[in-house]
Design a protein around this ligand. Structure first.
Ligand code: 6PG
Length: 471
């Protein structure tokens, strides 16, 4: 019996589409799913594809050529461990498991260690791009042993998204859990950008009373320029989508946003690394507040908004729309800045030697945060190979200095109208904190020393000092 080159476990939409993607590139693919029905349905509906169904893990494993290459596309967490336990007795030395789910990077490190004891190789690969990406080309972020990556890279390079110049959006990220770490940061930027776009949409809707078509037109224009991104593009499509009654579907969607945890992990990690990942954090907290729908309804009846009467429209609406565009662009830049800053920090702390330029390059296509801005990030890394933070490089310096006033104006306007803009405000606060040479942290040091004898440092002499403040 002909042995298959790749095996995929998990036939939910991501796993199924990834199987089709791999098959399309000339590979024979063994597939396995927990419930037999789904496998049967897939085979029934795709009779001509080189997808081969197996109904026991043993048969599935034995159907693969050595060393086996098995991709896990199952729910992150316990389900991943469940399948690894099922697989382990049938695996042999040198076999390769690649976890393509949204696993927590510390789980990936633990799993790799465990399997390595039996000489079984483990790759933790972040895969981004949703259903469409899995089918037609995702961005892939594999972490683990480099020579194992090299071994499977021909497959990964074929199935990954390609840039307009044909570069595959996959690269070796680094050792152990670093691939999943990078995916976690990708998601933090994803959360931040989604929230930022939503806040601008909300301002257009609530203050200017623009309808969905009008907002979509503005976003479509913006998307032709420096703000060009996948998230803005899908937002335009969402805005104009009609339901069965020919009403805007978006207007009928409940305002409660859930999450699956990757953003939360990114914040935990930010706290552990002393990293100010503020926009993503505000974005998640906004989702949490959205969940308090019942309380919000109650509060909406008892709490006042602004009492100030402000004209509905600013004098020159076009000027204001342009301010909004600049505010969004600068905030999005800051969200990438924060994400990449955390990557740099994690890389140093965990000795992963991450290459931020290469990471920016694989984000250019296939993934959710693909955007034109990545070109500028890559240019900045290329123009100054010693740079630690692209935000300090000329392009970003110029944009920041030119656009910061717009961001301020938009925020002031929103606050005067009582419209919540946590992510936009967080962006300007980060900017102002970051560019301020002398912060009020001198007072924090003094307070800590006052009540807790925590000592403080001085600017005029070195050493640690304590003062009996009350005497
Ligand atoms: C991607 C996405 C994806 C993620 C969803 C849901 O890159 O394709 O990041 O992996 O699972 O966006 O995330 P939340 O449910 O946490 O919003």
């Amino acid at each position: 019996m002909l042995k298959k080159q790749v095996g995929i476990i998990g036939m939910a939409i991501m796993g199924f589409n990834l199987s089709l993607n791999i098959e399309k590139h000339g590979y024979n693919v063994s597939i396995f799913n927990r419930s037999r029905e789904k496998t049967d349905k897939i085979i029934f509906e795709n009779p001509k594809k080189k997808l081969f169904p197996y109904y026991t893990i043993q048969e599935f494993v034995f159907s693969l050529q050595n060393p086996r290459f098995i991709i896990l596309m199952v729910q992150a967490g316990k389900v991943t461990d469940y399948f690894l336990d099922l697989l382990e007795p049938f695996l042999e030395e040198k076999d390769i498991i690649m976890d393509g789910g949204n696993s927590f990077y510390k789980d990936t490190i633990r799993r790799e260690k465990k399997l390595l004891k039996k000489n079984i190789n483990y790759i933790g690969a972040g895969i981004s791009g949703g259903e469409e990406g899995a089918l037609n080309g995702p961005a892939i972020m594999p972490g683990g042993k480099k020579y194992i990556y090299e071994f499977i890279s021909p497959v990964l390079k074929k199935i990954a998204a390609k840039t307009s110049k044909g570069e595959a959006c996959v690269t070796y990220i680094g050792p152990n859990g670093s691939g999943h770490y990078v995916k976690m940061i990708h998601n933090a930027i994803e959360y931040a950008n989604m929230q930022l776009i939503s806040e601008i949409y909300f301002l257009f809707k609530k203050i200017f009373n623009f309808n969905n078509n009008y907002i979509a037109n503005i976003f479509t224009k913006w998307n032709q320029g420096e703000l060009n991104s996948y998230l803005l593009k899908i937002t335009c499509n969402i805005l104009v989508k009609k339901d069965e009654k020919n009403d805007f579907l978006l207007d009928k969607i409940l305002d409660i946003a859930d999450n699956k945890g990757t953003g939360k992990w990114a914040i935990h990690e930010a706290l552990d690394l002393n990293e100010p990942l503020t926009i993503a954090t505000e974005s998640i907290f906004s989702r949490y507040i959205s969940v308090l729908k019942k309380e919000r309804i109650q509060a909406s009846k008892i709490f006042f908004g602004t009492k100030k009467t402000i004209k509905k429209y600013p004098k020159n609406i076009k000027v204001y729309i342009e301010k909004m565009r600049k505010a969004l662009y600068l905030s999005i830049i800051i969200s990438y800045t924060q994400g990449f800053s955390q990557l740099r920090n994690a890389s140093n702390t965990k000795k992963w030697n991450l290459n931020c330029k290469k990471i920016a390059k694989i984000f250019r296509k296939g993934c959710i945060i693909q955007a034109k801005i990545l070109k500028e990030i890559i240019n900045s890394y290329e123009n100054n190979i010693k740079t630690t933070n692209f935000f300090l490089e000329p392009y970003f310096k110029n944009i920041s200095n030119t656009y910061q006033q717009s961001l301020r104006d938009v925020i002031i306007y929103a606050i005067q109208h009582g419209i919540p803009i946590p992510a936009l405000s967080s962006a300007i606060n980060y900017y102002d904190n970051y560019r301020t040479k002398f912060l009020p942290s001198n007072l924090i040091q003094a307070q800590r020393d006052y009540f807790g004898s925590h000592y403080y440092q001085r600017i005029d002499k070195s050493g640690n000092f304590h003062t009996k403040w009350a005497e």
